[in-house]
Design a protein around this ligand. Structure first.
Ligand code: S3P
Length: 178
C-alpha cells in the first residue's frame, strides 16, 4: 500500500484517490466499491437489509483483506475509522494515513443531492455537522497528516498528498500493516 485516505463523507477521498493513482501509476481500492462488489448489492441496500453493524463488520473484513493484498491507494469509507480495531490497524500501519477535511458547509453542499449515503440521507446541514463533530476524534486518532480541502482543487490536494508521501518515505517506517 502507498497511501490510505480517510475522512468524512464528501471530503473528496474518491476523487483524490483516482488522481493519485494516475500520478503514482498505482491502482485504487475504494472501500465502498469493494463492499458493494463483495455483497453484490448497494450500500443503501446493505444498510436497509442488514443494518449498520453488519455493514461495519464487512467493512472491517475488507479493510484487513485490502491491507494484506493490495499495493496501491486505499480510499476508505467515511465510517471506517469509527471502529476501535480499525483505528488501531490504521495507526500501526507503515503506510501514510491522510485525513481529508472539509467544513460542514462544504460537506453539506457536496453530498446533499446524493441519496446513496444512508447515514446522511435527509439530514439538515446542522444534523450533518453534529455527526461530523462526533467523529473528529476518531479521524484525528489515526491520521498521520491532515489536509483542509475547502479552498483547494483536487489536483492541489493531490500535490499536498504527494509531498507528504515523499517526506514520509524518506523517514523511519512504522510497523508493517500485515
Ligand atoms: C459512511 C460513508 C460512506 C459509506 C457508508 C457509511 C459513513 O462512504 O461507507 O455510507 O459512515 O461515513 P463515503 O465516505 O465514501 O461516502
Amino acid at each position: 500500500m502507498e497511501v490510505i485516505l480517510i475522512g468524512f463523507m464528501g471530503s473528496g477521498k474518491t476523487t483524490v484517490s483516482k488522481i493519485l493513482a494516475e500520478k503514482l501509476n498505482k491502482t485504487v481500492v475504494d472501500m465502498d466499491q469493494a463492499i458493494v462488489e463483495s455483497e453484490k448489492r448497494s450500500i443503501s441496500e446493505i444498510f436497509e437489509d442488514e443494518g449498520e453493524e453488519y455493514f461495519r463488520k464487512i467493512e472491517h473484513e475488507i479493510l484487513l483483506r485490502v491491507l494484506r493484498t493490495h499495493d496501491g491507494i486505499l480510499a476508505t469509507g467515511g465510517g471506517t475509522p469509527l471502529r476501535i480495531d480499525n483505528q488501531q490497524i490504521l495507526k500501526k500501519c507503515d503506510v501514510p494515513v491522510i485525513l481529508l477535511e472539509a467544513s460542514s458547509e462544504t460537506t453539506y453542499s457536496r453530498i446533499k443531492a446524493d441519496s446513496g449515503r444512508p447515514l446522511a440521507n435527509g439530514l439538515s446541514a446542522k444534523q450533518l455537522e453534529s455527526v461530523k463533530r462526533q467523529r473528529v476524534q476518531s479521524y484525528n486518532s489515526c491520521a498521520d497528516y491532515k489536509i483542509i480541502t475547502d479552498d483547494l482543487t483536487p489536483e492541489m490536494v493531490v500535490s499536498k498528498v504527494l509531498a507528504f508521501v515523499s517526506s514520509w518515505n524518506s523517514k523511519v517506517k512504522k510497523h508493517k500493516c500485515s
